[in-house]
Write a protein that binds this ligand. Structure first.
Ligand SMILES: [Zn+2]
Length: 283
């Protein structure tokens, strides 16, 4: 089984290099090894202003404020919809001045658009989402998990079981969840792969997506918060583990080199300003 899949993948690779990709445009079920990702939407899951970005870059840019964004990514796979991160709770959209942080150095978030309205615009019902995964369990990433009570949540066991300071679970116990212990190939075709990148939190994860035209993209989660920090490999002081964060950044660089992947940084406003936002999409 494994061998035949590998042969199919090899055949697909050969076909692509020979320019006969058209013959592989059938559903993944008919082709086995073919990537089933059809398109990816970047959704606006929040906009905000960070009071002092040295929280994320110790000793650098002290007192400097910066605009942040928060993204969710909706992916259409031939075998179902997959949602990566759920952003800030939609409830913030109803707050006239957004959500001010307790610590003024943190981020003052606004929700110019709800996740619900963006799904509706695409004609996607929450019940259409088959699988979902969050990069980690900070509030700006898990704000709308319960909008999808039936979706299988893919989360690292160490993140799921990470003690919450409030003493409550990070997810509703009845929410279907698969607790992972490392990388995970979501549809078993290599097209959407969860990459374990601990450090920011104990069970932080990133996502490798192989798009048919755009190519491979690595969605950072909060393994890094903005480009300057990536280039200088800076570790935020708020992170759970400094060494693991550094190791995860190296792992990401290795994955990117191997897969020729672009890095899409979730909170980087400058990068998002140059991206197509839903309802436009990437193929
Ligand atoms: Zn975040």
């Amino acid at each position: 089984m494994k061998t035949s899949r590998r042969l199919l993948a090899l055949a697909a690779g050969l076909a692509l290099s020979l320019g006969v990709a058209q013959s592989f445009s059938q559903p993944a079920s008919a082709q086995g090894g073919k990537s089933g990702v059809e398109r990816l939407y970047v959704l606006n899951c929040g906009e905000g202003v960070a009071g002092d970005i040295s929280r994320w870059s110790p000793g650098v840019n002290e007192g400097k404020s910066m605009d942040f964004v928060d993204n969710c990514y909706l992916i259409k796979h031939s075998r179902g919809w997959f949602l990566w991160d759920t952003g800030l709770t939609d409830a913030i959209a109803a707050m006239p001045n957004g959500q001010a942080p307790a610590d003024p150095r943190m981020t003052h978030w606004r929700r110019p658009k709800t996740l619900a309205s963006q799904l509706e615009q695409l004609g996607v019902k929450p019940s259409d989402v088959k699988f979902m995964a969050v990069s980690h369990t900070h509030p700006d990433h898990i704000g709308n998990v319960e909008m999808f009570p039936q979706a299988m949540l893919l989360v690292q066991k160490s993140e799921y079981e990470w003690p919450n300071p409030l003493g409550v679970g990070r997810f509703k116990p009845e929410h279907p969840a698969t607790k992972l212990t490392g990388d995970h190939d979501v549809f078993d075709d290599g097209s959407i792969v969860i990459i374990s990148t601990p450090g920011h939190t104990p069970g932080h994860q990133s996502l490798l997506v192989k798009l048919p035209k755009t190519g491979a993209v690595l969605l950072s989660g909060d393994a890094v918060h903005f480009k300057d920090n990536w280039e200088n490999r800076r570790v935020p002081q708020i992170n759970d583990n400094k060494d693991k964060t550094s190791a995860s950044m190296q792992r990401m660089a290795d994955v990117m080199a191997k897969e020729k992947a672009q890095l899409w940084i979730n909170h980087d406003k400058a990068q998002r300003d140059g991206q197509k936002m839903s309802p436009q999409f990437y193929e």
